[in-house]
Design a protein. Structure first.
Length: 254
């Protein structure tokens, strides 16, 4: 859904005149009025057409299994839904306990994919994501055969180093976001166009030349509003990952 919102915002210039009056155009300034004249339909097998409901950018909706809110007006909803999904699984284990090996199987076969699926569209900070996953693991660890008060470091250490071997979800998110960027940047996909527009807006907002994502996040984070690239910047800075774009994609002195 975030991509649909974004594409609608950045491509409205193709339809501005004379279809939409000025007050109906959604701009990057945060205007949330949705143009009523713009209708998207999907042909059905019976010959009819199903209309897609266009939501304003401030509305948090679940689309394709992912909760998203492009304007980040209520940013706590997606993490809360993620936490609720994990705690529902723990409640199921309480009601109907499984054997230890089956609990691990359920964890790796159902919970890992469920958490991993929407990571790229989750614009949660590192602390927010760690808090959500920490609550789920705190309640789930006894069913996995471990003391729930074990330190976070031992939760994510591989078993070769006497750890539990659970995934570090902040690193998983950074890896997935980086993989998405590598896959779609300068490709022929529609997401490439969206990424290019967002990155350009991100650079213009920060106002620094060179590779912004290699700059100190904590010192400069106030220059950028909430976006996928700001979140990527935060995670990359935290885990000392250098994301360097070719100079032709960056701002430079004129």
């Amino acid at each position: 859904m975030a991509r649909q919102h974004l594409l609608r915002c950045i491509r409205l210039s193709k339809f501005m005149d004379p279809i939409f009056p000025d007050e109906d155009i959604i701009l990057s300034t945060g205007t949330t009025k949705c143009p009523q004249q713009f209708v998207v339909t999907i042909p059905q097998t019976d010959g009819t057409e199903a209309e897609l409901v266009l939501e304003a950018n401030h509305v948090t909706k679940k689309t394709l299994g992912v909760w998203s809110n492009p304007l980040n007006i209520n940013p706590t909803v997606p993490p809360e839904k993620l936490e609720s999904k994990g705690l529902d699984w723990v409640d199921t284990l309480r009601i109907r306990p499984l054997k230890r090996k089956n609990t691990w199987l359920s964890h790796t076969a159902t919970q890992y994919p469920a958490l991993f699926y929407g990571l790229s569209s989750l614009y949660a900070s590192k602390d927010e994501l760690e808090t959500v996953v920490g609550k789920v693991y705190y309640n789930a660890l006894p069913f996995l055969g471990f003391n729930r008060n074990i330190t976070k470091a031992y939760r994510t250490l591989p078993s070769e180093y006497q750890g539990i071997g659970l995934k570090h979800w902040c690193i998983e998110k950074l890896g997935k976001d980086t993989a998405t960027l590598l896959r779609h940047w300068q490709s022929d996909s529609s997401l490439r166009m969206a990424l290019a527009f967002v990155y350009e807006a991100f650079l213009m907002e920060v106002g620094l030349n060179g590779n912004v994502l290699t700059q100190p996040y904590d010192r400069l984070k106030h220059l950028a509003t909430h976006s996928c690239f700001k979140i990527l910047w935060q995670y990359a800075d935290k885990f000392k990952l250098s994301i360097i774009f070719h100079e032709r994609f960056n701002l430079g002195p004129t």
